[in-house]
Unconditional design. Structure first.
Length: 76
């Protein structure tokens, strides 16, 4: 299971209320006040590879896809 969405299991546990409560208690991600997990990509929600410069707030993979649209040029 990925760290981006722990709620995928809710569909299976909807029937069992006690197990759902226990799952939420032990598996919900804690709220961060600082650190790497606080900043997420605006486009895909990824935590790692975050580009904060120029207030882009996107990951490096999304940057590669949208760089030309934003106005960046690749110099060879």
């Amino acid at each position: 299971m990925s760290y981006s969405n722990y709620q995928k299991v809710f569909k299976q546990l909807k029937v069992r209320a006690e197990k759902l409560k226990k799952y939420i208690k032990h598996n919900a991600p804690k709220e961060r006040s600082c650190g790497i997990s606080k900043k997420r990509c605006r486009r895909c929600g990824r935590i790692r590879g975050h580009i904060d410069k120029y207030s882009l707030n996107i990951c490096r993979q999304c940057f590669r896809e949208t760089a030309k649209d934003i106005g960046f040029k690749k110099y060879n």
